[in-house]
Design a protein around this ligand. Structure first.
Ligand SMILES: Cc1cc2nc3c(=O)[nH]c(=O)nc-3n(C[C@H](O)[C@H](O)[C@H](O)COP(=O)(O)OP(=O)(O)OC[C@H]3O[C@@H](n4cnc5c(N)ncnc54)[C@H](O)[C@@H]3O)c2cc1C
Length: 368
């Protein structure tokens, strides 16, 4: 069997790694270098920002992935020498409006989230800004250094004899035989395969539109800023009013993010910079004097309720989707890609695939 994967972000690369373990050849294409879009731009929190506000469909993928991340990181490090730096710091949510709902969710889902005194929070995070009144804390939340994750996935694929990564190869549309998808068209000609998996992030909708299908995946711009501090400046992740600070092991601190519906424009703006800097200083006043070393924007693959599309498209045999992970593509990646591989192999799925099935979520009105 030949598989062609369109889009080499975290989702495409990890899909390739999982499918490489089945039979056959796997080719991954990307219209630029691998992993330079959302999977590079994200913060890498290995949890939805407010997990209790999501549906069970997102929770199921998130929990499977969270449990699997340490294993994945160890395997990638061992196989490639590139450490994706899964950094378990825990996460404090400050002054939440829906704290009771969060605690009730944690009890139900058996997650280690609990209310903590604000005094204890300030003791744990001495750099925290003044004036916060309440906190809840989940001890096992990690962040992954997503550019390193992508690098290690790419290196792992380079070790797989049955995988080819073709960068700077843009899919322009699909090759059909009847309704069957048998490949994609590129500037260099047709690339044929027995199955095509669409993992093109925010651009997945554009590509499906060439088949006359309206996939509700749209770009949602997010801007981030990056500081460099001493490695002990921030021992935990902190989040208030939708803005968060993430410490990397070496003292880099990411502060994000904006949520903007601005089409495919990913130009960083002065307005967002000002707003992110204000949030950064409110959370961690020491950042006012810290060196700011980066400001960028990425395009999340926005989808209804953030529920990704995973599985076959029965209207076009041979076509599979793994896209639309919105704000949670890094945390959801391991489960999404394992689920897709289970479905491709016809094996018992790790979780119920029904909520992600493309067929049931593309209503007739959306199919032209
Ligand atoms: C500011 C910000 C903060 C975030 N924070 C987090 C977080 O803390 N935790 C978390 O879990 N998630 C986070 N996310 C979301 C996460 O980054 C995304 O959900 C995830 O990276 C999506 O991965 P992907 O592989 O589907 O898409 P992408 O990484 O965007 O990859 C899609 C790939 O497809 C390629 N492509 C597109 N069109 C074509 C074509 N026609 N032919 C060939 N290739 C094509 C692109 O070049 C790209 O490389 C954040 C995102 C942003 C922007």
């Amino acid at each position: 069997m030949q598989t062609l994967i369109v889009g080499a972000g975290a989702i495409g690369l990890l899909t390739a790694l999982n499918l490489a373990e089945l039979d056959g050849q796997v080719t991954v294409i990307d219209r630029q270098g691998a992993g330079l879009e959302s999977s590079w731009a994200g913060g890498g929190i290995v949890s939805p920002l407010y997990p209790w506000r999501y549906s069970q469909a997102v929770t199921a993928l998130a929990h499977w992935s969270q449990d699997f991340y340490p294993q994945l990181a160890d395997r990638l490090f061992l196989d490639t020498g590139v450490d994706p730096e899964v950094h378990v710091t825990g996460l404090y949510w400050l002054d939440l409006d829906d704290e009771a709902r969060a605690l009730e969710w944690a009890r139900r889902e058996r997650r280690p989230l609990s209310a903590v005194s604000i005094e204890a929070t300030y003791r744990q995070v001495p750099a925290l800004g003044a004036g916060f009144e309440r906190a809840i804390y989940m001890a096992d939340v990690a962040n992954v250094r997503n550019p390193r994750l992508v690098k290690s996935l790419k290196a792992a694929l380079a070790h797989c004899p049955n995988v080819t990564l073709r960068e700077h190869c843009c899919a322009q549309g699909f090759v059909l035989e009847g309704d069957q998808v048998v490949g994609v068209r590129t500037a260099e000609g047709e690339l044929r395969a027995d199955r095509v998996v669409l993992t093109a992030g925010a651009w997945s909708g554009e590509l499906l539109a060439t088949l006359g299908m309206a996939l509700p995946v749209e770009p949602v711009k997010g801007q981030m800023i990056l500081y460099k501090c001493a490695s002990d400046f921030l021992p935990r992740m902190v989040l208030a009013k939708g803005r968060y600070a993430i410490p990397r092991r070496d003292g880099h601190i990411l502060v994000g993010s904006t949520l903007e519906y601005a089409g495919f424009d990913k130009t960083p703006t002065a307005e967002a910079l000002e707003s992110l800097e204000a949030s950064a200083v409110a959370l961690l006043p020491g950042l006012e004097k810290a060196e700011r070393v980066g400001h960028w924007a990425g395009l999340r693959p926005g989808s209804p309720e953030g529920i990704p599309f995973i599985g076959p498209v029965s209207r076009h045999p041979g076509l599979w989707l793994n896209c639309g992970h919105f704000r949670n593509g890094l945390v959801l990646a391991p489960a999404s890609c394992q689920l897709l591989a289970n479905l491709v192999a016809g094996k018992a799925p790790i979780i119920d695939p029904a909520p992600y099935a493309p067929d049931t979520r593309l209503s007739p009105a959306q199919v032209s």
